[in-house]
Design a protein around this ligand. Structure first.
Ligand SMILES: [Zn+2]
Length: 221
């Protein structure tokens, strides 16, 4: 089974990926992780990625796809050698329609195809609430939320007694800008997958366990 998980920052996508992957025996494929691994291995692709990232540029689609292709070939090999692996769960990839098309080609070349694209939908105002309530310990980096996960003493880190601050990225203006960027880049992708009939939307504005249940229900259908 090959599944893409999509959702804006604050939608809980990362948490859901951590839960759903192991349950369905899907290997998580996140490009950030793959880039770090390739750089650590000093593979030919890894060295290319490293020089691009060090120059402050975005890794181009072709290189990203090449790295994903290598990882998917490894997963296919694990499956055919009888390992307990059922496929892949994509988190944060594809990000562009070009990447989506090349993912289709890579999967087709391995004789498989995408089973579902799950969009975790959370209303914009809720995302802003979730993200702008975040407080970070300036000493140890622990993260709290003023409503859903407050510290025992207001403004003070439970773990180390450090001062809790709101990061510049977490101000409502900065969050609104990031969310618009996400919308603009993701809308064409959602349209692409909707047209292929593989897009399903799950309500992300409910308890985290219920969101997991809903995603599993959709995928096990
Ligand atoms: Zn702390």
């Amino acid at each position: 089974m090959y599944v893409i998980l999509m959702g804006a920052q604050g939608s809980g996508k990362g948490t859901q990926a951590e839960r759903i992957g192991p349950q369905l025996k899907l290997v998580k494929v996140a490009t950030g992780d793959l880039f770090r691994a390739a750089i650590a291995q000093k593979s030919e692709l890894g060295l290319k990625v490293q020089s691009i990232i060090e120059a402050g540029d975005l890794v181009p689609d072709e290189l990203t796809s090449a790295i994903v292709q290598v990882r998917l070939a490894q997963i296919a090999a694990q499956r055919s050698s009888g390992d307990d692996v059922a496929g892949a769960l994509f988190d944060g990839f594809p990000r562009t329609e070009a990447q989506a098309r090349s993912l289709d080609e890579i999967l087709a070349s391995q004789g498989v195809s995408l089973d579902a694209v799950v969009e975790i939908d959370v209303p914009r105002e809720k995302l802003i609430d979730r993200l702008s309530g975040r407080r970070t310990c300036e000493n140890c980096g622990a993260v709290y939320h003023v409503e859903s996960d407050p510290p025992k003493v207001d403004g003070i880190c439970d773990k180390c007694g450090g001062k809790l601050i709101q990061r510049e990225d977490d101000t409502p203006d900065a969050i609104a800008r990031r969310l618009s960027l996400y919308d603009n880049s993701t809308r064409p992708l959602l349209d692409y997958y909707r047209a292929k009939g593989v897009l399903v939307t799950v309500d992300g504005d409910q308890h985290i366990d219920k969101v997991t249940q809903d995603i599993l229900a959709v995928l096990q259908k």
